[in-house]
Design a protein around this ligand. Structure first.
Ligand SMILES: NC(=O)C1=CN([C@@H]2O[C@H](COP(=O)(O)OP(=O)(O)OC[C@H]3O[C@@H](n4cnc5c(N)ncnc54)[C@H](O)[C@@H]3O)[C@@H](O)[C@H]2O)C=CC1
Ligand SMILES: Cc1cc2nc3c(=O)[nH]c(=O)nc-3n(C[C@H](O)[C@H](O)[C@H](O)COP(=O)(O)O)c2cc1C
Length: 171
């Protein structure tokens, strides 16, 4: 059987294509012996509901990388309307103190910062990780969930933020 030659996909072509996927915007936080830290991530996905598990992709070159892998605990805070400033602050190049000053925080079972007013917060333990290219895929077991069913949703699509009305069935 003839297999057509594949043409290598350039990095920019991949990014341009990925800009066509809509994604929820999340501020991922951690705290513990390796310090409090947080970053913005759209590369977050449900893996399985038994046990309830998310994945989070983190660039190994990010300044926050050692804090996350060292602490082994994360909170995935999904943003709602009006929280673009948080996404920008946690999106890189700013000091951690400056990032956390843009929000109000509490702590749950893992000790990772929970964002007051987030649409959803998943308090998680990192159970394993896999390196792929520049990133690590963190496998995160969900230990607790906080949610505001009526809150609106912030979506990142075509390199900018969009707002969606967010009513959903309760779980
Ligand atoms: N998965 C990631 O690491 C992501 C990183 N970013 C960061 O935010 C910056 C701004 O992003 P955009 O305004 O969307 O413009 P962009 O043109 O840099 O990226 C377009 C899309 O490509 C994907 N992407 C970007 N950088 C990536 C990376 N290093 N690894 C895997 N996928 C990646 C994302 O889906 C992103 O929305 C990026 O340059 C990047 O530094 C943004 C989204 C995802
Ligand atoms: C909208 C948006 C989505 C992002 N998604 C991811 C992601 O899924 N994974 C990731 O490693 N970095 C992502 N980033 C980049 C990180 O937030 C950024 O690299 C991180 O804050 C670390 O930056 P620092 O090295 O300056 O601390 C995203 C940035 C933005 C603005």
């Amino acid at each position: 059987m003839n297999v057509p030659h594949s043409i290598p996909v350039e990095r920019q072509a991949f990014r341009d294509a990925m800009a066509g996927l809509a994604a929820a915007v999340n501020v991922i936080t951690t705290d513990g012996p390796h310090g409090r830290a947080g970053f913005t991530a759209t590369a977050v996905c449900s893996v399985t509901d038994q046990p309830p598990t998310l994945l989070v992709c983190i660039n190994r070159g990010a300044s926050v990388y050692e804090s996350f892998t060292g602490n082994g605990m994360v909170c995935v805070n999904t943003l709602g309307n009006g929280q673009q400033a948080l996404s920008n602050a946690f999106g890189g190049k700013t000091a951690q103190e400056e990032r956390f000053a843009t929000g109000h925080w509490s702590q749950g079972v893992t000790g990772a910062p929970i964002l007051e007013g987030a649409k959803l917060s998943f308090d998680c333990r990192i159970t394993s990780s896999t390196s792929v290219g520049t990133h690590d895929i963190l496998i995160c077991e969900v230990l607790d969930i906080r949610q505001q069913n009526e809150a609106d949703v912030l979506v990142y699509f075509a390199r900018r933020y969009h707002e969606l009305a967010g009513t959903q069935a309760s779980v």
